[in-house]
Design a protein around this ligand. Structure first.
Ligand code: GLN
Length: 454
């Protein structure tokens, strides 16, 4: 099937004329028709005829030309409904495109539709949505992970070649890990957030999700870069990541802050065989990661969601889900006079300590390897019914957002019949190094090639 190919392999086939974008689009639409009713991935699917017309008119100018993708419904799209999976925005049709959407359109990629997620990014299981939970394609009694759950499943279930997710505290890496695909949380400011519906603005990041690391590198080099519409986007030059994936791991030092489980132990053996040196490092602040994040993120979201007053756009505030209301209340409380010093300020101080932890660790090692999540994909209902468990599931992911550093999540095995993944975290703007390590690992393993039998 063409959808099993990598982006560069498919691009080659387009150019030799043996496959057309229309063929691939038809394969995506067939899979969507067959499996979307079971998995509940799409909030909005674009019109079939419109899509096919777009596919027929592709000019092959970049490697993403004619490559079909899906977009987490957290990005505004001109003339296409944008909901953030919330009834608050169930009738919102934006009149402009997010920068990431514009860049992908200019590159010739074809947007198939907008995917289901935890409303406003609030969640780690894609159950906190007004459009029904997303199911895991490896086991439909389990969740897909979140909040970019629909995006991950669309790639895993071969309904698109890649996806654009959003990661504030793990939302790209968690569903990537639980669905067996690869995902990248970028350095803060690496990709423009213009047109991204804000969850927590100092933590939000826009990033790619795909079957393998090489694909991620191709996507990132096209969507990264400074944008005059986002003052926090970085002027740091964007490397041609995909041309630079070869690396001898001989001089690479990998730090391990936690006792690894079996799948990660096996991954470390592979990385060692490739030449890397494995060493222990410590991140003493890790135990404060969840409380720090769950003060900062709700504080920022309580402010960001203030704009949805039911007057300028969307429906009234009674449409927020219970989970989102909880966050608005916690955030408002943490920012209020009398409590600000005790909660928000303390969390900001802890944030500095977490950054210092990473700086100290990166003096010893080049990258850090950690699990994506403490468990495999949970059963439907397990996280949404237990708010504390829901927060604790984010333990290994939130520190990178707090520190603004990048982290690559890739699959490394199976437990209980469903995928597990690990993260490679690095210093700011080390995406190139993370890609190299991840790509070398995928050259000697096949976990990223496994696909669900739905
Ligand atoms: N699970 C985390 C939360 O609920 C992360 C969400 C995200 O990255 N958007 O806040």
């Amino acid at each position: 099937m063409n959808l099993d190919l990598s982006i560069s392999e498919l691009a080659k086939k387009y150019r030799s004329g043996v496959v057309t974008p229309e063929d691939v689009l038809n394969e995506c639409l067939e899979n969507i028709e067959k499996n979307n009713p079971k998995l509940n991935i799409f909030i909005t699917l674009r019109d079939r005829q419109e899509l096919l017309a777009e596919a027929r008119n592709v000019k092959f100018e970049t490697l993403l030309s004619g490559i079909p993708y899906v977009l987490k419904d957290a990005y505004v799209t001109k003339d296409i409904r944008t909901t953030s999976a919330s009834n608050v925005l169930n009738n919102y049709i934006p009149d402009y495109d997010a920068t990431v959407v514009k860049k992908l359109r200019d590159a010739g990629a074809i947007l198939i539709g907008k995917t289901n997620m935890d409303a406003w990014g609030h969640g780690g299981s894609s159950e906190n949505t007004d459009f029904g939970p997303v199911k895991n394609p490896w086991d439909v009694s389990r969740v897909a992970g979140g909040s970019s759950g629909g995006a991950a499943v669309a790639v895993s279930a071969r309904m698109a070649m890649f996806a654009i997710g959003e990661d504030t505290g793990g939302s790209i890496r968690n569903p990537a890990g639980w669905c067996g695909i690869s995902g990248l949380k970028v350095t803060y400011g690496r990709v423009s957030r213009y047109g991204a519906i804000a969850y927590a603005s100092s933590l939000d990041s826009v990033g790619p999700m795909a079957k393998n690391v090489e694909d991620l590198s191709l996507i990132l080099e096209l969507i990264a870069g400074q944008d005059k519409l986002d003052a926090t986007s970085s002027p740091t030059e964007v490397p041609v990541y995909s041309k630079n994936l070869n690396l001898d791991l001989k001089n690479i030092k990998i730090g391990i802050p936690l006792e690894p489980d079996q799948a990660i132990k096996d991954a470390l053996v592979k990385l060692k065989e490739l030449g890397a040196e494995i060493m222990e490092v410590s991140l003493p602040m890790l135990k404060y990661a969840v409380p720090t994040y769950y003060l900062l993120a709700p504080s920022e979201t309580s402010s960001n969601l203030g704009r949805y007053d039911g007057i300028r756009f969307g429906q009234d505030r009674s449409n927020f889900t219970q989970e989102s209301m909880r966050r608005i209340i916690i955030g408002t409380y943490a920012l209020s006079a009398g409590y600000y010093d005790a909660y928000y300020k303390k969390a900001q101080q802890a944030r500095t300590k977490i950054i210092e932890d990473y700086n100290t660790a990166f003096e010893k090692c080049d990258v850090i390897v950690m699990p994506v999540a403490p468990t495999v994909a949970t059963k439907l209902g397990e996280l949404i019914s237990d708010p504390v468990k829901n927060m604790l599931a984010d333990l290994y992911m939130v520190t990178t957002n707090i520190a603004g550093i990048p982290s690559l999540a890739i699959p490394c095995g199976f437990e209980e019949g469903v995928p597990v993944g690990f993260q490679i975290q690095g210093p700011m703007f080390s995406e190139e190094l993370l890609f190299k390590i991840g790509h070398q690992y995928q050259q000697v393993t096949d976990w990223h090639k496994a696909k669900p039998n739905i």
